[in-house]
Design a protein around this ligand. Structure first.
Ligand code: 5AD
Ligand code: SF4
Length: 442
């Protein structure tokens, strides 16, 4: 009998991908997705706990499902992702209406956990995190639709222990996935019509160092192998740690035509004192040198970053150094956040916390300047012809389409004929606003 599944996903691409896997696994057991939670037999909430705000979002959404369960007593509520891993059985104590709590490594057992819960009606907790975990092979089922772009997990977990970060505790040790399994998945996707693949992991450029990497392949070798799949038009990856950015990887940007000219290189802070206290293992000089060398290999490369303001002990001068990096690098985009304490992360115990209003003021100043720079970089595109991959039609007006450049900028453009998502075409850029470019098809 068909059952209905409702999923709510927070957080990063790793979570998006985990949700896709869970939906497919349950699909093999007659579950069909619904977008109405009140119709669902099973609700899965895939949570994120990277920052305090993200975790709060998850906790407040549980409250909604508590209410729903009051009128739908047979509904099974499963919580997965990083909040589930972090809180484990404590989550059940605080929120006894939750039926299943499972960490990211346990997602493959979701169908059996749901079946066990149906049989026994006893809450279940599955939060084992093993360093010997092997990421199972997975071939996405694209039967219903073939989106032109897909993510592939190539590694998971993290061994870096940045002092602000919860990920080593929620995703466990760094584990790389089998090289042949990744290639098989990529080949399968491209064979089904996928045009763009993004290789994802917490720190993709340390691929091959730990876990199922007996074949001893580096990230650059993986990139070259995936890029060689006939029919693949665009290849991307995220996210990277600056300390692991090798010359070999930089060279890929000069040598692999399908590798998109975009590098997300989280800097976090521009101050060496703060970088050291964050345990980032690079100096700002080394970071800037790598950013400059990347541009030598690929002059049109778009750099984006993550920045934390108000890390414990951050002085005005430390923050000034971060502002200086933003000036020097001229990022196409930056995700910036106020520091927040995370469970288990070392910095939570650092004594010299920065006042909330100082963090707020610094963040606003940083974001205002970054927006100006991003807009100026977009304006500099006006008059140029750029290659765009079609994403789809705009809702209105008619004959308006949307796509992305290799540098991952959104481009809205006009075209009278019907286009297909995943199609590549040239667009002349005529205008720029904060979040997108505008142009006409050539
Ligand atoms: N506080 C604020 N920002 C954080 N990030 C990670 N942990 C924290 C924290 N405790 C940011 C970093 C990271 C991004 C995904 O989230 O900038 O790169
Ligand atoms: Fe959030 Fe990090 Fe977990 Fe992704 S890995 S869901 S960003 S805490």
């Amino acid at each position: 009998m068909t059952q209905l599944l409702y999923m709510e996903t927070f957080g990063c691409q790793m979570n998006e991908r985990d949700s896709e896997i869970m939906a497919q696994l349950l699909g093999e057991h007659s579950y069909v997705r619904t977008n109405k939670p009140e119709q669902a037999d099973v609700v899965v909430v895939n949570t994120c706990s990277i920052r305090g705000k993200a975790a709060h979002k998850a906790y407040s959404c549980f409250g909604r499902y508590k209410k729903l369960k009051a009128t739908h007593p047979n509904l099974i509520l499963a919580v997965t992702g990083c909040v589930a891993q972090q809180d484990g059985a404590a989550l059940l104590e605080r929120m006894p209406y939750i039926d299943i709590v499972m960490g990211p490594q346990s997602i493959y057992t979701l169908p059996s956990l749901v079946a066990a819960f149906r049989r026994n009606q006893k809450p279940l907790v599955a939060t084992d995190l093993s360093a010997d975990f092997v990421i199972p092979p997975f071939l996405p089922n694209l039967a219903e639709s073939t989106p032109h772009k897909r993510f592939i997990t190539i590694m998971q977990g993290c061994d870096n222990f940045c002092t602000y970060c919860v990920v080593p505790y929620t995703r466990g040790r760094e584990i790389s996935r089998n090289f042949d399994d990744i290639l098989a998945e990529a080949t399968h996707l491209v064979g089904q019509g996928v045009k763009e693949i993004t290789l994802i992991g917490q720190n993709v450029n340390s691929y091959g160092k730990k876990g199922d990497a007996k074949q001893n392949k580096s990230f650059s070798e993986l990139l070259r192998a995936v890029a060689g799949i006939d029919g693949l038009e665009r290849l991307r990856f995220t996210s990277s740690h600056p300390k692991d950015l090798s010359e070999e990887l930089m060279r890929c940007f000069a040598e692999i035509p399908v590798l998109c000219p975009h590098f997300h290189l989280p800097v976090q802070s521009g101050s060496n004192t703060i970088l050291q206290r964050m345990n980032r293992k690079y100096t700002i000089e080394a970071y800037l040198d790598k950013a400059a060398r990347l541009r030598e290999y690929r002059p049109d490369i778009a750099l984006t970053t993550d920045i934390i303001v108000g890390f414990p002990g951050e002085t005005d001068d430390d923050f000034g150094a971060t502002m200086q990096v933003v000036e020097t690098v001229r990022y196409h985009g930056a995700y910036s956040f106020k520091y927040s304490d995370r469970p288990n992360a070392k910095a939570a115990d650092f004594p010299d916390k920065v006042a909330e209003e100082v963090k707020t003021e610094r963040l606003a100043r940083l974001q205002a300047r970054q927006e100006e720079i991003a807009l100026a970089l977009k304006q500099a595109e006006i008059g140029k012809s750029v290659e765009v991959m079609v994403e789809g039609a705009s809702k209105a007006p008619a004959n308006q389409w949307s796509g992305r450049t290799g540098g991952n900028q959104i481009v809205n453009f006009s075209c009278e004929t019907k286009l297909v998502s995943g199609q590549l075409l040239m667009v002349e850029i005529e205008g720029a606003c904060q979040n997108s470019l505008r142009g006409k098809m050539i």
